[in-house]
Design a protein around this ligand. Structure first.
Ligand SMILES: Cc1ncc(COP(=O)(O)O)c(C=O)c1O
Length: 369
């Protein structure tokens, strides 16, 4: 049987009655759009984070885009982020009319090099957008200090970091706002698309509510900026409410898989994920590194194990972002990583047998290299 890099079917088998009950609850509620389930999820997700507001949105890309717009970012502004991220981080910035400015990542944990962020600030910089990639937080203290010194907004991309902590503080609660994706693979995943932006700033939350609803302040009256429809679906919201109660269990499950991998793969020459001091990693993906990555992946095909690469093409080298003007070689750590990293199967319901199958296969392939 193929071991997939991500699979929800075992989880669905365990949670089926609750998920189906969530669907039925919405269908019986009499309100199919922006009803009690979206309001309930928003209140519970905000409470989980200890922030004042959560605005449910249709996906994580729009959670970033609308988050930036609600913070007042738009054409002519620069937003500092990384190229070692999922393309939608950059799609979202670009679609506001602002200019994404890339800095490199650190060679040990592959997260934003905050020293380079300081050097990238110009008079047009308006926002810092750290991406808490793979499930652990970017070092936030230097970014907060830079933001305070230069009057910048901070929007955290938490699409991969639900439940992650730094110094005990939850991801998404340090900056001015934070964007989440609930794409099914995520640590908190829906059964379809979903997203949310959280903030404790009342005016930012108000703008977000307007931006997800055609720009309307009240029903049928578009105030100031016309916008699109970016509402979180009511069924997905109810499923997310149920799953939010289990978020800490999902995180514990992912950590247990990571620990088994770390124990089983120690001493193989494979570079395993490193957790920065003070961070509590949630292992959205389990990213390992080896200079002979392509050979390893090729040989692992014989074991019927699916692997993934997050990400094989740095965003600044993609043809679709050529207009940003980054030459190859401009972000050397990011570019080197793209040729050497790959991800092992990772999800909380991954069985011990499958974990052992992965460990055994990787050990055998590496020994024979
Ligand atoms: C880091 C990051 N940012 C943004 C997104 C966009 O989220 P979505 O797919 O829900 O639009 C994703 C997920 O794909 C992501 O991993």
């Amino acid at each position: 049987m193929t071991t997939r890099v991500w699979d929800y079917l075992a989880e669905y088998e365990n949670e089926r009655l609750d998920i189906l009950d969530a669907v039925e609850t919405v269908f019986n509620s009499g309100q199919l759009v922006l009803g009690g389930s979206v309001r309930g999820f928003e209140a519970e997700f905000a409470a989980y984070h200890g922030v004042d507001h959560c605005v449910g949105l249709d996906n994580g890309t729009n959670a970033i885009k609308l988050g930036l717009q609600a913070l007042g970012i738009g054409p002519g502004d620069e937003v500092i982020t990384v190229s070692n991220t999922a393309a939608p981080t950059v799609v979202a910035i670009d679609s506001t009319g602002a200019t994404p400015v890339f800095v490199d990542v650190r060679a040990d944990d592959y997260l934003m090099d905050t020293g380079q962020a300081a050097a990238a600030i110009t008079e047009r910089t308006r926002c810092l957008l750290p991406v808490h990639l793979y499930g652990q937080c970017v070092d936030m203290a230097p970014l907060q200090e830079l933001a305070a010194r230069h009057g910048l907004a901070v929007l955290e991309d938490c699409a991969q970091a639900h439940g992650a902590r730094q110094g005990g503080t939850l991801a998404g609660t340090t900056g001015d706002a934070a964007a989440f994706s609930f794409y099914p693979t995520k640590v908190l995943g829906a059964y379809g698309d979903g997203g949310a932006t959280i903030t404790s700033d009342e005016s930012v939350a108000r703008r977000l509510r307007r931006l997800r609803y055609y720009g309307m302040e009240d029903r049928y009256y578009t105030l100031q900026t016309p916008a699109h429809n970016s509402r979180l679906d009511e069924v997905q919201a109810e499923i997310l409410r149920r799953k939010l109660r289990r978020l800490d269990t999902y995180v514990a499950g992912r950590r247990a898989v990571a620990q088994r991998y770390a124990d089983g793969l120690a001493g193989t020459g494979l570079e395993l994920p490193r957790t920065a001091p003070g961070n509590e990693h949630v292992y959205y993906v389990y990213v390992v590194r080896h200079p002979r990555r392509d050979d390893i992946i090729e040989r692992l095909k014989a074991y019927d194990i699916h692997l993934n690469i997050s990400y094989p093409w740095p965003v600044h080298t993609m043809a679709g972002f050529a207009h940003l003007g980054y030459a190859k070689g401009s972000l050397p750590v990011t570019e080197a990583l793209a040729g050497e990293i790959f991800s092992l199967p990772m999800y909380p319901s991954l069985s011990h047998d499958l974990q052992d199958k992965v460990i055994h296969a990787v050990r055998e392939v590496l020994a024979a290299l």
